[in-house]
Ligand binder design. Sequence first.
Ligand SMILES: NC(=O)CC[C@H](N)C(=O)O
Length: 196
Amino acid sequence: MTTPVVGVLALQGDVREHLAALTGAGVRAVSVRRPEELASVDGLVIPGGESTAISKLAVAFGLLGPLRERVRDGLPVYGSCAGMIMLADKILDPRSGQETVGGIDMIVRRNAFGRQNESFEAAVEVAGVPGGPVHGVFIRAPWVESIGAAAEPVAEYGGHTVAVRQKSLLATAFHPELTGDHRVHALFADMVRAAR
Ligand SMILES: NC(=O)CC[C@H](N)C(=O)O
């Protein structure tokens, strides 16, 4: 089987770090900025950054509709932090005009762990990631306020769900792409291979 091609939505956020982590996890990583680019990938990462900006740029670049369509058709997608917010069916405190792609049956609270200067790092056990806890970097991180029957919590921190999986969709409130540990991206790469 050929190596899967995984895109990173390159509108705003830490795109380069995800490209590097995906390469480290053994897939071919490419930037996605246009609908034609989205059409040709086997999986997609929505990076950390600012979900309001990513949402507005997705609309401006004509990507929101195609993103929703590909998610509906089963495209594997992994979202970290702002990307988790983009994958939520509902967010509690959207800025005006903020849209999500949706796909995961959950309600997410933005900036739930506090402001930039309340960012923190913690060891987090993630179901499906072997070899012990991952080093979770939480930067103005969301948490999952509530989760529907279709979705499965795969990590908790401080009494809150901080990672979720629903079929071929994966979301983490933290940023494994900033740590040099590629195990979460490797889990996602396996999900992409399984979906092909
Ligand atoms: N590190 C992050 O991606 C922060 C997410 C940001 N708080 C948002 O609402 O989009």
